[in-house]
Structure formats: structure tokens, C-alpha cells
Design a binder for this molecule. Sequence first.
Ligand code: SF4
Length: 334
Amino acid sequence: MWNEIYVEEKIKDSPRAAGILKKINRTPIIIENYNELWGRSKKPYLQKRDTLNLFLAKKEGQLLKLAPDAYGTSGELHYYFIHAYNCIYECQYCYLQGYFNTPDIVLFINHEDIILEMQNLVDQQKGKKIWFHAGEFSDSLALSHLTGELSLYHDFCKKNPNALIELRTKSVNIKELEILSPLPNFIVSFSLSPFEIGSRVDLKTPSVASRIKVMKKLHLHEWPIAIHFDPIIYEDNFKKTYQELLIELERESLTKNIRYLSLGVVRFTKEVYREVERNYPDSVIHTGPMTKSFDGKVRYHRPMRLWMMNSIKELCLSHGIQEDKIYLCMEDDA
Ligand code: SF4
């Protein structure tokens, strides 16, 4: 899977780096700082199919970022934490294709530092509910069997019942979760598209059907789970395809048992949209009429976005999802 492996000098002897290297059974190239090489020159996104490099590094600087408005349920504090850059999957709409200069993966292994920052924040905000989201710049479970950090975040949640961690994923790699016990504030959320469109746009990911199977398994073991219908992509029959997806979720008793569901319509910055056009010119993403908004974002016009979200919200309600569990993601007045 990996072309070259690079490890920063300062972490090369750490047990976590050694554990990862042992699992992938490769001799690394030692470097001073991942920034010396990673993203230094433009590497086209689709080269990840042939030559994907892996960097093990220490994250410095800001480890937690305040999440933008409407990132999660409203009225609460939301942060995301950065444990990796880039992803082994290849979703056609992925914003990482225009965000970084390279698709090479960086795994930051200093999770203790991230958790310390989380703890400081929780201590400062005594008694307030604070969300920490994983999966902003990478999938949060796809490589978790290699990186092995989930138990640290799980311990943090056990100690801090007011803190909530959300692991956002399209993976079915739950090996590391299976050795932990469920906690009400340690939530696994799955991004789902209708079955057929998912197979066309979520490249190299586990199928939507297999994600549902894993959701069911986690639910039966009392793990809190959540769903993101995001990005919603226009097709003439989008209502029918979401109906089929919801029928399946209801059949598996998942609609009544999720913690929350977010709805978000496909949207891009202009840089990412340029990449999507170049990398996937025939994608279904280009079916709907995209326009450039005043803020430079490329998306369907507002009435269309609201119509799509409200249509799907109605379907969700009719399949047993409670209204107060549904929120609209990243919607604004544009
Ligand atoms: S799973 Fe997420 S991070 Fe990975 S390619 Fe898909 S959209 Fe990008």
C-alpha cells in the first residue's frame, strides 16, 4: 500500500511509531520534519492510486480548532482535533483534493498532547458540554488498527462525562472499538449516501450496505451511533434513493436509535471544485446546477438546497427519526 515511509527524527524511538512500523513491516526514511517534504511540490491528487507515501510526525502548533458554525448540534461548543492529514479512501467530492498540495498521508502520533489540550479546555469550561470531532482531515477509523490511539480518547471520555468525542467515518474497521466498552459520550458517526450513488462517488470505501451492517453491530453492542447524510448530491430520483436508504436503516432498527443525523448538501470552495472537475469530469456531482455564491463557494442555489434538505428531512421523519435529532449542516444565508 505504501510507497515510502518517512518518520521524524524526534519520534522515531517512540513506542507508538515503533508499533506502527512493526505492523507495516517497513524500514522508514528518517527526516527532520515532515514539512520538509510533505506537500513541498504539487503532487496530483489521483497519484494516490499509484504512489502513496506515509509520514509519521508530531503535530505541533494548534492541536484543536474551533469548528465552524453549524458543524454540529447548535448551542454547544464544537472543536475538531487533528490526528492525521489525508485519507486512504477516494471520495469524488473530498475537499482534501484541493486543500493540500499532496494526497500523501501524515499520521500525527502525539495523541497525549492533543488529549492534554482537550483536558485543559474542559477544565476551563467547567460543567459545559464540549464536543471534539475527529475526522476533519482524514477518516477517523480507517487506519485505527495501525495507529491504536482510540483507547486514549476513550479514557478521556470516561473521565470527562461532559466532553463528547465524535469519530466520523466511512470505514467498517471497528477492531479497536471492539476491545473497548461503549460510552454514552464516545460516538461513532457514519456518512452515508444512497446505495447506488455511494458506489459511484465513494471510491475505495466500504460499501454503504457494509457500513449499515457495522452500524447495526455497534448498536447491538450499545455503542451510540449517528448518521451524516452529507454530501447530498442532486439526481432526478434523489428522493426515491434516500427513501430506499431510510427503509433499510429503519429495517435494521437504526432510525429510532441514532443520537443525531445531519443533512448537508454538496458544496465546495472554488479551488476544490476546480480539482473535482479535473479529476472526475463525468461524475454525477456535475448533474445539478452549481453556482458560485458571493463567498466564493460553489453549490446549488439556496432554494434548491433548502428544497433538497427539507425533502430528505420529511423522509427521515416519516421513517421514525425524531425531529430534534436532525440538524442541517453548514447551511447559511448564502
Ligand atoms: S472518507 Fe472523508 S477524508 Fe476520506 S476521501 Fe472520503 S471524504 Fe475524503
